[in-house]
Each structure stands twice: as structure tokens, then as C-alpha cells.
Design a protein around this ligand. Structure first.
Ligand SMILES: C[S@@+](CC[C@H](N)C(=O)[O-])C[C@H]1O[C@@H](n2cnc3c(N)ncnc32)[C@H](O)[C@@H]1O
Length: 223
């Protein structure tokens, strides 16, 4: 997908992501916030902030948060690309990114940039790779989905960027199906095919499906 198309697409989706209950809350968000070691004056960069849910929670803990997103419609503090962060080396105590890296065109560049602008911690949550059928479903539901990664791939990305993984957790997350499809405008035969592809992760009544999130906390290696 072209950069311009992605910017427009995400700007159009802003209200849906701001109002999404699954993004605004959950055990995954609670744990991610805890792993940022939030306290008064801690400087945090929230990369691909979307509806701003991580930033809201961290600000409530006293952190000084800067939000970045490629889509102006998401109303971030800074419009920019994860792969080319407009900040000096070590500008933040913590750099966090939640449920977004599977959209990044160049995951290695993005992780390298997150490591560069962090003084200490990088904290990530994303959808864990499960199998190619689920990847197909994700791409059909949302053409901006690039790829989800396995835990081994995540560990390798972090290590390549000079980050030592110190905490890793997998959490199940439930998605009310119709809301999840509506958020990206997936309807008709595409929606039916997505349901078929996700059948093994669907509730018995077909009203929701569950994926697995991976959370990682990594620290800059001592050189
Ligand atoms: C699912 S939303 C993020 C959810 C949000 N972090 C949360 O916790 O609710 C994905 C976001 O990633 C942004 N995005 C996608 N690719 C990006 C990139 N390369 N650089 C910066 N932002 C990007 C989109 O504009 C969108 O706002």
C-alpha cells in the first residue's frame, strides 16, 4: 500500500479507533503500561499512537508523553513515520508501541529507530503470528496489515537493534466480530471469507474471535 493511501485510510478510521473498547482497555493495556515503569516526569514516546489510549494511561500516571502517528487524523503530537523518527538519540526514557508494528512497512528500521531514540526501555505489544490462514484473514480485513511475527522473530529484531529482551508475555485478546470488521470497512463476501479463515478462533455463537498478543520489554544493551 502506498504511503499516501495509508495516511488517508488511517485518518478516515480515527474515530473508530478512538472509540474502540478493545483498544481503550484490557489486561494487555494494563500490563503494557506497568512495563513502562510510569511515574512523574518519565519521558515516553508512543509510536503509532492511533486513538491515543497508551498515552492517556501514561499521562494519568504523570509521564510526559509525546505521541507520533503517520495519520494526521489521529491527532498525534507529531506526524511522522516509525521508520524515521524525528528525534535525537536517547530523547526518551521509554519508547512504546502497541498493536501497530504489524502495519510497519520496514519493521527492522522501525525497531532500530525506537532503540535509537530511547535512553533505556522499549516496550512493544503486537499480534503474535499464528499461521498463514490467519495472516490472510488479517490482510483481507485490513489491506494495511503487513505481517505479524513469531516470538523468535521479535527477539531477533530486538537483539539486532541492540536491545536485550527482559520480559515477554503472551495474552489472549477477544474481539467482538462485527465491530472488528466494521472498524476497517470489511463487508460482504470479504467479511464472509474472513470468518471462514478465522473459524478455529471463533466463539461457538460466532460473535467474537480471539487472537494472541505478544508483549515484550527490552532494555538498551550496555556497550
Ligand atoms: C491499530 S492502530 C494503533 C493502536 C494504538 N497504538 C492503541 O494502543 O490503541 C495502528 C496505528 O498505526 C499507525 N501507523 C501505521 N503505520 C505506521 C508507521 N509506519 N509509522 C507511524 N504510524 C503508523 C496508523 O496510522 C494507526 O494509527
Amino acid at each position: 500500500m502506498s504511503e499516501r493511501r495509508a495516511v488517508n485510510l488511517w485518518s478516515e478510521r480515527a474515530t473508530g479507533y478512538r472509540e474502540s473498547e478493545t483498544h481503550a482497555s484490557g489486561a494487555d493495556l494494563d500490563l503494557l503500561v506497568e512495563w513502562c515503569d510510569p511515574s512523574e516526569g518519565v519521558k515516553v514516546l508512543d509510536v503509532a499512537t492511533g486513538g491515543g489510549h497508551v498515552a492517556r494511561r501514561l499521562r494519568a500516571e504523570g509521564c510526559e508523553v509525546v505521541t507520533l502517528d503517520l495519520a494526521p487524523g489521529m491527532q498525534p503530537d507529531v506526524v511522522g513515520q516509525a521508520e524515521d523518527l524525528p528525534f535525537d538519540d536517547g530523547s526518551f526514557d521509554v519508547v512504546v508501541s502497541r498493536i501497530a508494528p504489524h502495519h510497519f512497512a520496514d519493521i527492522r528500521a522501525a525497531i532500530a529507530e525506537m532503540a535509537r531514540v530511547s535512553e533505556s526501555l522499549v516496550v512493544i505489544e503486537d499480534t503474535l503470528f499464528s499461521n498463514e490462514r490467519h495472516e490472510q484473514a488479517e490482510r483481507l480485513r485490513d489491506p494495511s496489515h503487513v505481517r505479524s511475527y513469531t516470538e523468535d522473530e521479535w527477539r531477533a529484531f530486538l537483539l539486532e537493534a541492540g536491545l536485550e529482551p527482559e520480559l515477554v508475555e503472551h495474552l489472549e485478546k477477544r474481539h467482538p466480530l462485527e465491530e472488528w470488521l466494521a472498524r476497517t470497512g470489511c463487508t460482504g463476501s470479504d467479511a464472509e471469507r474472513v470468518k471462514e479463515l478465522l473459524a478455529d478462533r471463533m466463539t461457538n455463537d460466532g460473535s467474537a474471535w480471539t487472537d494472541t498478543k505478544i508483549l515484550l520489554r527490552a532494555r538498551k544493551s550496555q556497550r
